[in-house]
Write a protein that binds this ligand. Structure first.
Ligand SMILES: Cc1cc2nc3c(=O)[nH]c(=O)nc-3n(C[C@H](O)[C@H](O)[C@H](O)COP(=O)(O)OP(=O)(O)OC[C@H]3O[C@@H](n4cnc5c(N)ncnc54)[C@H](O)[C@@H]3O)c2cc1C
Length: 428
């Protein structure tokens, strides 16, 4: 395919901004269309903040059907199903349940990990590019690693087993005793005394930060490279001619393009459906709570509490906890009991946050989730110049920059940094 000159990217979340930035680096003229007022205001706004190569395993696993049943009917359940009269939901769910096997879960790890490691490399390159432009890339990044803690001994043993595969692929996780966990993160002291920690896995090379700040900074970098931002403008459709995308329609008219990338998160399915393309991307609603870090004994290391199913990251002088998964459609209503469940989880782990919990800010967002836990990246057949970069689910930040770089290589015909065939939409 000839390198397109004029490319439209739809969606200015982590994934769309990364794609636009990478395309511009390769010399393309890029227009980014975003429904909101700026970058990173969708699901990329207040996520868990982890850049977690150590946690790229899909959520679908053998334990999940049992957990769904165990939590059935509970308002604050970490995983909740809200049945809808929507065939897309049922199709997604059936495919998700079919993936709840150890072999299916492990099959995806190498593919996701490759993108996570490419993301790390791209972030290092962005830092240099930003520094050279005299604008350091700042997003409250903390390079103190990620510590996964386990209360259940069997879950810990299973996870240790999985680390062997990850280690062969380049990501080491050190198994730790409870006392060693406290050595890494002393703020977990009271959790250990209560017997909340049976063991931990420490990934030294992972990091955390503020995904919204990152999206905004990368968008500024993209603008410096010439990317044109059309904000507060919803793409209402993709204009096609035969087997080619001609441009993108908005309320203001059609913007012509040589190629179009759909990176609209949970908005992607609606854009692709009229073209006869099923995206297999369905929303999985999650919650976060952001509150001031305690004055004393505040955690520094990003934590994943595998029992409570929450992640906690230190963002400057704030703490962010995120969790919850609800398969219940596109509704973005913030349900207090679910948001408060995340707050209670962080309080249980770090009681020292107590005095400032009344300052907590609650948020919810929709993870664009595929059934198998890997994104869809690549061409959208039968259209030769229409591409998808979406469906990053629980891992949008961890995989975002790598996805953008890999897709930009494909579109611009550059030497590929990654094999995209495992992410093709045709796998479903
Ligand atoms: C509670 C929670 C915690 C999370 N924690 C982590 C974490 O710790 N680490 C991690 O890696 N990932 C995490 N994630 C996942 C990650 O946040 C997402 O995968 C990522 O934000 C998705 O990015 P995106 O660019 O695909 O989507 P979005 O950020 O939603 O961006 C899509 C953009 O497209 C725009 N758009 C949609 N439709 C249209 C249209 N028709 N026209 C124009 N614009 C449109 C939207 O306005 C939006 O700005 C978490 C998610 C949640 C909900």
């Amino acid at each position: 395919m000839q390198t397109p000159e004029n490319i439209i990217v739809i969606g200015a979340g982590i994934v769309g901004v990364s794609t636009a930035y990478e395309l511009a680096l390769r010399g393309a003229a890029v227009t980014l269309i975003e429904a909101r007022e700026g970058a990173g205001l969708g699901t990329s706004y207040a996520n868990g903040g982890q850049l977690s190569a150590c946690e790229v395993a899909p959520w679908a696993g053998p334990e999940v059907p049992g957990l769904i049943l165990k939590w059935l009917g509970r308002d604050d359940a970490p995983f909740r199903l809200r049945p809808k009269l929507d065939p897309d939901q049922w199709l997604w769910l059936l495919r998700f349940l079919a993936r709840c096997r150890t072999s299916a879960r492990r099959e995806r790890i190498p593919h996701n990990l490759e993108l996570a490691l490419l993301t790390r490399a791209r972030l290092a390159a962005y830092r240099e590019q930003f520094a050279a432009a005299g604008q350091p890339l700042e997003f409250e990044q903390r390079q103190r690693g990620i510590l996964r803690i386990f209360r259940d001994r069997h879950a810990f043993a299973d996870a240790v087993e999985e680390t062997k595969l990850m280690a062969r692929l380049g990501v080491e996780q050190e198994p730790l005793t409870p006392a060693q966990c406290i050595g890494i993160e002393p703020a977990l002291g009271s959790a250990m005394q209560r017997g909340d920690i049976a063991g931990g896995l420490y990934s030294r090379t992972d990091s955390s930060g503020d995904a919204h700040l990152y999206s905004v900074a990368l968008a500024e970098g993209a603008k410096r490279l010439g990317v044109r931002f059309v904000t507060t403008s919803t793409a209402t459709g993709i204009a096609t001619e035969g087997a080619r995308a001609r441009g993108v329609t908005t309320a203001e008219g059609t913007i012509e393009a040589d190629a179009v990338v759909v990176a609209a998160g949970t908005g992607s399915a609606a854009l692709l459906k009229p073209l006869g393309i099923r995206s297999y991307i369905y929303p999985l609603k999650g919650y976060s709570v952001t509150l001031p870090a305690p004055d004393a004994n505040a955690p520094e290391v990003s934590i994943t509490d595998e029992e409570r199913k929450i992640v906690i990251s230190r963002l400057g002088d704030r703490l962010r906890a995120a969790g919850q998964a609800e398969v219940g459609g596109y509704d973005l209503t913030l349900e207090k009991p679910r948001a408060e469940a995340v707050l209670r989880a962080i309080e249980a782990l770090f009681p020292q946050v107590g005095p400032r919990t009344d300052e907590a800010l609650f948020w919810c967002g929709l993870r664009p989730m595929t059934p198998d836990g890997s994104p869809v990246i690549g061409a959208a057949a039968p259209f030769s110049n229409l591409f998808i970069n979406s469906g990053h689910g629980t891992l949008g930040w961890t995989l975002g920059a790598g996805s953008g770089a890999a897709l930009a290589d494909l579109i611009c015909g550059s030497a590929p940094q990654s094999d995209l065939s495992p992410f093709s939409i045709s796998r479903f």
